[in-house]
Structure formats: C-alpha cells, structure tokens
Design a protein around this ligand. Sequence first.
Ligand SMILES: [Zn+2]
Length: 407
Amino acid sequence: MDNTEAINEQAQAHHVKPVTHRAEWVVVEKNNILQNGYVVVHDGFIIEIGKGSKSVDGPIIDHGNGVILPGLVNAHTHLELCALKNRVASQNGFLSWVQELLAQRSGFEPETLLQEAALGIDQLLSSGCIAAGDVSTMGITQELFARSPLLGIWFQEFLGSHPDKTLTCRKGPGQSISLAGHAPHTTSPELLTRLKTLSLKAKLRFSIHLAESIEEVEFLATGKGAWADFLSERGIDFSSWGIGRNLSPVRYADQIRLLHSGTIAVHVIRADETDFEILRKNGSSVCLCLRSNQALHGTLPDVPSMMKHNINLCLGTDSLASVDTLSMFDEMKFAAARFPEIPPVDILEMATANGARALGLDGLTGTLRPGELGSFPYLDLPAGNVKQLMESIAHASFQGPVNRIPA
Ligand SMILES: [Zn+2]
C-alpha cells in the first residue's frame, strides 16, 4: 500500500468526522499562504483553515513538507482532439494547420477519439486539475465529461450559420452544459448572438475564440484575404455577415454584443489598448492559451497590458493538436518563463481562482476558503519560504506525483 492509498483509506474510514489535512504549506489564495497550515474538510466541504496544530474530533492527515493548493482550472481545452497529438504540423501557418486538423480528424473513428479523450481526462486529473472548460464541435465528449470527476463546463461549439445540433444549456451545481461560438470569422453574427443570449439566459458562460490569427483580423476588417477564399472554397456564404467595416475582432465582437461578464474570450492575441478597455468594461474573461499561440502563430498576447486593464485572465491548454500536454503546470511554466515580470503568484491565480471565476465556479472552487469543495491537490514540493514556494509552483513544470485529496 503506498502513501496515497493509506491516506485515502484513513480518510474513508473516518468520513463522518471532519478530516484535517496538514502540510508545510497551504496556499489558500493569492494573499493568504500559510506555513505549517491545515485544511479541515467535512462532508466534502472545507470548514476551516489555519496554522499550527489543530485538535479536532477526527483524523489528522499529515501530507508532508510540500504544499496543498487550490485545484487547477484548465479553462479551455478540446478533449475530442486528443487523438491528434503530434499529427498536425504547426509550422506551415494557421490556415494550413486548420486544414490539416480537419483532414486528420475525419480519419478517426469516434471510438478512437473518445478513447484518447478519456486519456486526456486522466492527464488533467493526474496533473492537479479540478475543473475544465471542454469545447466540442463534434459533440462526442459530453457523456465522458459528465461521468468524470471534473467540475466545469462542457461547451457544445457551433460554426457556420445554421446549428446542426440542438441548442442545449443545463446548469448544474458543479458541471454544466453550455454553448460556444467557434469564432467571429467562422460563424455568422446571428448565430453567435443567439448562442450568447441562450447561454447567458441560463446563467452560464459563453465561450468564443477571439482575435487569434492574422487571417481573422484581415477577414473581419476587409471581408477579403486567405480566410475569405477558404470559406468560399468550403461553400460558406458570408455575404450577409456585415463584415469588412475595418473593425478589430474585439470591436466587432463588441458591436454584435457578444462581450459580457459571462463571456470567455479565448486567445486575444491581436488586440490593442482600446480592445482591452472594451473587454474590461464588459467584464469578459480572457483565457490565455500561450503554448498553443506560440506553436500556431509564433507570437503571444500582451498579457502585462491586459493585467493593467484588470481583465480576469485565466489559463487553458487548448488541445493536443497544438500542444504536447494538458498539464496546467506546463502552461504555468511557459507563462512564467515568457513573462518574467509577472509574479508567480499571479500566474497561479490565473490557473486557479481566475479560471474558476471565468467558468462560474467561484465560491465552489478556485481557492481553499471555508465553504468551498474539499477537493485539492498536494504536491511534494518543499520550499524554504513563500517566494521559493511560488517560484517552484510556477516554474517547476511539476511532473508529480500529484496527490488528489480525496483521490
Ligand atoms: Zn480552442
């Protein structure tokens, strides 16, 4: 029996009593990091946090010299594309990547896509992830996501002008089903507005890829270019979309009223200060997928400026068609290396509290405050002080083991 099994057995044997989880470090939230801390969990929820020794009527589990931290939130991924890992070349430009992705995807049986998606969920869980935003165009991962212990939102994504599936929104306590529009250069403004309206009416989130490629920028501003040709070749008529008015993607999205406090704008690479101000004013979250951006576009969004504008910034991995892993530790490490001016504690906040807020899970997870779910990772990552601890978390690309509490 290894340490994790022993701990879980103890926890299960005493499940009716509060269980105190102790570790050298407990990251409650950004400005509340406890040395020699504990988290008391009862009936699945955190009832108390504190420092030092705690005498409670119930078992105390000492996890060790590492750190208990809030579960990580991968706010944007596509589990249905896990099978495409290392199969889509990214060095020939975005348009070529999209074309290759579509061709590769159609070569797989849905069963294979699902098997690989299940392994993707395992990877999320084993790397400390508690919640995810899974975006699915094919609609095949809904059951898989629902059966997994992940919290978050499964988004049915649409593109084109006419929905080919039922528009369903279902709000649950931990897991919900909502709607996503693929992007403003692939989806008609009427359909995008309809998807956004239905999501928000159900008090859920609406997700959209926004301001990602130069092809998107050119197409929305002029109605011409490589993307216009690509759509025409695929028989998609965009003549009634009202584009070509020299608007940036963010300004266009604002004009067709897609931006809202429930909107998650994914990527936002091609944006300026005015665009950031528009996103801030609308209270939209921005989900950064930095490793994917680097692989597909060779450039990154202006993260420091977005932080100055107080935009809720969260992190996502995007799919295995553009990155090597679904680990949020790899995503944090990349962000920390590329933006050394951003304090590691802010990067961890993007991967936890901000992601939870973006998906509407704040109050349930994202921090370790009393009242939130008593489910979180423990990392065997010893540190001498808070600064070292935060640097280890953000820079270490932690490869495990991550102990899930409870397992
Ligand atoms: Zn995506």
